[in-house]
Design a protein around this ligand. Structure first.
Ligand SMILES: C[S@@+](CC[C@H](N)C(=O)[O-])C[C@H]1O[C@@H](n2cnc3c(N)ncnc32)[C@H](O)[C@@H]1O
Length: 323
């Protein structure tokens, strides 16, 4: 392992999680977002995925949307509903999102659509990927007729009243299902979903193979999934790729008793898993970073990592079922 002070602190922090009661505190207080409590972040993430899907031939507005790992808010789901979806599933393993800020988040998102606000770019969210060629509001996806329909007062009021917890019980229209924890693929009906989205999530998912299999079951044959995956070490070390130098034992100490930290799967592992689950890749947008480690320093499990993985720090993967 290539040690640095941050790595040593990470090991100590991991060991501390073995003290009863501490894990929940550490996991909850470390939060679960790089910005999802902000409406502008959720708007930007949603539109970035939608635009890339649209450019790759998925031009229908998705009606049923599922998101893995919404994190600190359901804002991406609200953006999907405002955009024309009828149903949104948010699946997480820890309940980070709270209802208190739902109304404010929803109203802010509606305003962003009403004003056809340009998509917040790297100046506002420097770490946010994927990048786009243009951050103009996508009029070609939301023409005026369509905007008039989706932003009609009746429709917006109906969605809004369904997200206010107090009124939820009496509602027959419940467009949002926030399922935590989700540990069974049966939480969503087979062949029912048009789009699955995740942002900075699949690098945390422990059982990636089963998760891709579940996603394959949920998607309609002509549906698609769009995942932005961050392969970096999430600042556990000073250099972005040092997590690949840790032995399994050291990594186990760093993870400690947390429900999840990072699965350390590199780009090609995701590609193999999703292909095995029955997907084909339509488009991938890789973000490249210079490797800071030598191949000989890679831990045993990673020693055969392809050269391309060693410099792939993030990727957007858009895929669809093959069968
Ligand atoms: C870094 S946060 C990203 C949150 C949000 N998508 C965003 O863009 O800010 C990672 C999220 O993935 C969730 N997560 C981890 N393992 C998961 C799993 N197996 N299934 C669904 N979500 C998972 C975490 O609980 C957390 O909400």
């Amino acid at each position: 392992m290539v040690w640095d002070l941050k790595g040593v602190i990470a090991v100590i922090k991991g060991i501390v999680t073995f003290i009863p009661g501490i894990t929940k505190f550490i996991q909850k207080t470390s939060g679960a977002t790089i910005g999802s409590t902000s409406a502008r972040y959720c708007y930007s993430v949603w539109l970035r995925h939608l635009i890339i899907a649209n450019k790759n031939g998925f031009i229908e507005h998705p009606k049923i949307v599922a998101e893995l790992g919404p994190g600190d808010s359901l804002g991406i789901g609200f953006a999907a509903l405002i955009s024309g979806a009828d149903k949104y599933y948010g699946l997480d393993v820890i309940e980070f999102a709270n209802n208190e800020s739902n109304e404010e988040m929803f109203d802010d998102l509606v305003e962003l659509f009403v004003k056809k606000t340009p998509i917040p770019d790297a100046n506002e969210f420097p770490r946010l990927k994927p990048l786009l060629d243009s951050y103009e509001f996508p009029n070609y996806i939301f023409d005026d007729n369509y905007l008039e329909i989706i932003l009609s007062k009746d429709r917006i009021d109906k969605i809004r009243s369904s997200i206010i917890p107090a009124s939820n019980n009496e509602m027959d229209y419940i467009p949002i299902k926030y399922i935590v924890p989700w540990d069974d693929e049966k939480v969503i009906l087979k062949n029912s979903v048009d789009m699955i989205i995740s942002q900075a999530v699949l690098e945390h998912v422990n059982d990636i193979e089963d998760s891709y299999v579940a996603m394959h079951k949920w998607l309609k044959p002509n549906g698609f999934m769009s995942h932005e995956i961050d392969f970096k070490c999430h600042r556990i070390f000073s250099n972005w790729d040092c997590h690949w130098t840790c032995s399994d034992f050291i990594w186990k100490l760093i993870v400690g008793k947390r429900k999840y930290l990072l699965n350390r799967y590199s780009y090609s592992v995701h590609v193999n898993s999703l292909q095995k689950a029955g997907f084909k890749i339509i488009c991938d947008i890789k973000n490249k970073s210079e490797s800071t480690i030598k191949r000989k320093n890679l831990a045993k499990n990673f020693i055969k990592m392809p050269d391309d993985d060693m410099t792939t720090s993030e990727a957007l993967i858009l895929a669809t079922p093959t069968d």
